[in-house]
Design a protein around this ligand. Structure first.
Ligand code: ATP
Ligand code: MG
Ligand code: MG
Ligand code: MG
Length: 428
């Protein structure tokens, strides 16, 4: 993509109304713009990152055997009356009326809808277990939207729903999602701490939140330092992590005899990027969903639901991956792999070398953002640093004379003068 064609409104100054670094940098790098309180437009670079985060989430969901679908954002209130949540949900639910004066709502979550969709065609134990998911916009009328997309009112969530015949099945589905979450956050270059959350009707250890550690996180968590020694590669990682003490402050405060010795108890701030929850027959009972069991008797399937804040993750990644000059994207989610900087736009030799390189990079499959604008070199450097693509290929009049370009690694700052061929090989 050519910078002259796309829309990347990079800001030189830090916006004064943005409190935390991820919000500041997402605005400065031209990823997002607010259109109303807590509602954001995703500009071209921001959308590319959002899609790539979605792709990582998707790959791990598929690996865990969850099948993707897509449910609508707008739901009928009657559906929520069946579960009793229409009144219970409170002011976070955006309630809408259609032209026939029917009550509708913008979905904050989808337990009711998935249950309705799934129950109408599912009659037998042979149809279970199943886990279905979608990645869809949600709306929650947050009392205090803040920190940019971190706590938006409209936000993108992956939500998966599992249906099982019995409690062992539900536990297995829950653990499969737990594992998928560990893999997902690791693939995004993040360290997420699974924290035991209040688990409602089922009790036990069937609800966890996943928190990415960050000083700007809204939650305070307490956990056993031993947790940091558990590798997600360990085949028993889920069991070991579930058995290791980790609680949000409010829950920790209720614990009278904390099993962790004081010197091993860590207190950190975290960003809740995921939440998994097994709640059994709560919705299937309320909505009258039963299937024929193996022995002929009918049973209400047991459910779990599993959320990931796809848009919030972008904020968490920027909190974790930046330096004084801007964002430093992990490769998997960078909007482009490389930035090509033409230091003398309009100079015949520089333009020619850039055009050739740009074509070669594209043909080699290197996603490239070519800064072909008529701007000063200094401002192009600053702009590319803020945007934070993993590689920069810099073409200037001096190098063109001797047939070299400069390649810079954004993360390490390491620079090398290379022939165009070697530069291409370097950024592959
Ligand atoms: P929070 O405690 O931050 O309000 P939640 O517990 O209400 O989140 P869940 O219902 O568990 O949220 O939703 C699943 C995931 O969706 C959360 O773990 C979080 O990553 C994301 N999420 C929830 N609310 C928002 C929001 N307002 N903006 C962005 N992401 C959100
Ligand atoms: Mg909330
Ligand atoms: Mg929460
Ligand atoms: Mg939650």
């Amino acid at each position: 993509m050519r910078m002259s064609r796309t829309y990347v409104p990079v800001l030189r100054e830090t916006p004064s109304d943005a409190e935390i670094v991820s919000h500041q940098l997402m605005l400065r790098a031209g990823l997002i713009r607010q259109t109303a309180a807590g509602i954001y437009a995703w500009l071209p670079l921001g959308l590319r990152v959002l899609q790539k985060i979605g792709d990582v989430v998707r790959a791990e969901q598929e690996r865990a055997g969850a099948a993707e679908m897509l449910m609508p954002t707008i739901q009928a209130a009657d559906l929520w009356r069946e579960s009793g949540r229409y009144d219970a949900y409170g002011p976070e639910m955006l309630r809408i009326k259609d032209r026939h004066d029917r009550d509708m709502l913008y979905g904050p979550t989808n337990e009711e809808m998935i249950t309705q969709l799934f129950m109408s065609e599912t009659k037998s134990y042979r149809d279970l277990p199943k886990t279905l998911y979608h990645i869809q916009w949600k709306f929650r009328d947050e009392r205090r939207p803040r920190f940019g997309i971190m706590r938006g009112r409209e936000f993108l969530m992956k939500d998966a729903y599992s249906f099982d015949l019995d409690e062992d099945g539900m536990r297995a589905s829950y653990q499969a999602q737990f594992r998928a979450y560990l893999r997902t956050f690791a693939a995004l270059g993040l360290k997420a701490v699974p924290v035991r959350a209040p688990s409602g009707p089922i009790g036990g250890d069937m609800s966890h939140e996943f928190h990415v550690l960050a000083d700007t996180g809204e939650s305070a968590i307490f956990y056993d330092a031993e947790l940091e020694n558990i590798s997600i590669e360990d085949p028993d990682a889920v069991e070991k992590l579930s058995a290791t003490y980790a609680m949000e402050e409010e829950e920790h405060a209720k614990v009278t005899d904390c099993p962790v010795p004081a010197e091993r108890l860590l207190k950190r701030r975290g960003i809740e990027v995921g939440h998994i929850f097994a709640f059994g027959t709560k919705y299937t009972e309320a909505m009258g969903f039963s299937v024929q069991g193996r022995d002929g008797a009918t049973v209400h399937p047991l459910m779990g639901s599993y959320g990931v804040g796809v848009s919030r993750l972008m904020g968490a990644i920027v909190e974790a991956c930046h330096d004084d000059d801007g964002i430093v994207w992990p490769e998997q989610v960078a909007p482009y792999r490389a930035g090509l900087i033409n230091l003398r736009q309009g100079d015949e030799a520089c333009d020619a070398m850039c055009e050739t390189l740009y074509g070669q990079m594209r043909d080699a499959g290197v996603e490239t953002l070519y800064d072909d604008r008529d701007e000063r070199g200094g401002s192009k450097f600053a702009c590319m640093d803020v945007i934070g693509l993993p590689w920069q290929v810099i073409v200037g009049p001096r190098g063109v004379k001797t047939g070299v370009v400069e390649v810079k690694n954004r993360r390490t700052g390491e620079k090398a003068e290379l022939s165009p061929e070697d530069a291409l090989a370097k950024v592959l």
